[in-house]
Design a protein around this ligand. Structure first.
Ligand code: G6P
Length: 363
């Protein structure tokens, strides 16, 4: 096992550090470098759907929430993102021309498989987005896109989500191009900058880890955390909270920053820290004012942000600035590292957290 961990203490940290390669591997063969075009041979035969139903669980569900934003924005395809265990017991209205997109790292999650079955019964075609080759989801799908992240051993999913985000971004670009709904400038910028992400992330990961180590020591006694974000950062806030819960057993709630005032803000006090995603984007002024509200109630804040951003909080965690949605590829590893370093500092069993399974094959 020690050899398999490649010199790392845990599989989880090894997998976090593999993410630059995971992005490159997911892009391999899917970007025509001469023409700067996204090519997805797996779905070349398929017309872009009129509507998309994403079905997934856990971390894969969070990836789906993130992907919805881009598919709607660039490909103008309405997207519903469904928790598979809810979807399978509803009587969802699924119209012809819709496509079900099942996202699953393992491809063996029972609820996701049941969701696929239901969507099929209702006449939908299935596109699987899977990591494990030949898995049940892959076999049940009409079309399959592999995320190519390599085996993920740690129970808490990290690199698989990174590969799912990459694949979803490619899908949004691809369908947007096919439908003519994405402008050339955005498309070209996304394709060009995406290819530079692995090297930027690779160079940044050691510093990110040091920052995570520093900060986790200060907050390891906290019994609860808020994770706040808006827009594309909201699903990342959900994922950051999930990671912390899963491996450190610290209670954490991921929340849409603008929704805090409708209840959860009542919980804020000096012992209830907030982890904020306050990146330089269009929604930054809104996030900033939400954070002022947290501070007014005595809450301490760690904020992921970018150089040159004016933000007066206890701890600013500066990430390199990259283009628009690509910020997720910087923020996600930072969130994972904070959870990892916290759990390790607390002496938890990082790779095998209590009560959890890598793949939930029973209902
Ligand atoms: C389990 C794992 C999670 C994972 C979820 C969905 O709960 O512990 O890490 O996100 O299943 O798994 P899937 O393989 O379908 O992506």
């Amino acid at each position: 096992q020690a050899a398999q961990k490649g010199g790392h203490k845990h599989f989880m940290i090894k997998e976090i550090f593999e993410q630059p390669k995971v992005i490159s591997d997911c892009l391999a063969g899917r970007i025509d470098t001469n023409k700067c075009e996204v090519v997805l041979p797996e779905i070349a035969e398929m017309e872009p759907p009129e509507r998309l139903h994403i079905i997934a669980c856990g971390t894969s569900y969070h990836a789906g929430l993130w992907g919805k934003n881009l598919i709607e924005q660039w490909a103008k395809i309405p997207v519903d993102v469904e928790i598979a265990s809810e979807f399978r017991y509803r009587d969802p209205i699924l119209s012809k021309g819709s496509l079900a997109l099942a996202i699953s790292q393992s491809g063996e999650t029972a609820d996701t498989l049941a969701g696929i079955k239901l969507a099929k019964q209702k006449g939908l075609q299935i596109l699987g987005l899977c990591n494990v080759v030949g898995s049940s989801v892959a076999r049940e799908s009409d079309y399959i896109m592999y995320t190519q992240a390599g085996p993920e051993i740690s129970v808490a999913s990290t690199k698989a989500m990174c590969s799912q985000l990459t694949a979803l971004l490619l899908l949004a670009l691809y369908w947007g191009r096919r439908k003519g709904t994405i402008d050339d400038e955005t498309y070209n910028r996304a394709v060009k900058d995406l290819r530079n992400i692995p090297s930027i992330l690779d160079a940044e990961l050691p510093a990110m880890r040091s920052r995570a180590k520093e900060l986790c020591r200060e907050y390891s006694e906290a019994s609860s955390f808020f994770y706040l974000g808006r827009g594309l950062c909201f699903p990342l806030a959900l994922e950051g909270a999930l990671k912390l819960k899963e491996i450190s057993y610290i209670h954490a709630e991921g929340y849409a920053a603008g929704e805090m005032k409708h209840g959860p803000i009542a919980l804020i006090d000096p012992n209830f820290p907030t982890f904020a995603l306050a990146l330089k984007d269009d929604l930054f002024p809104k996030v900033k004012s939400n954070l002022v509200e947290v501070q007014a109630r005595g809450g301490e804040i760690i904020a992921l942000t970018n150089p040159g951003v004016e933000l007066d909080v206890e701890h600013r965690w500066i990430l390199p600035e990259v283009w628009g949605p690509l910020n997720a590829f910087m923020a996600l590893p930072a969130l994972q590292l904070f959870a990892y370093e916290t759990a390790d500092y607390l002496g938890k069993d990082v790779d095998q957290p209590r009560n959890l399974a890598k793949s939930v094959t029973v209902e």
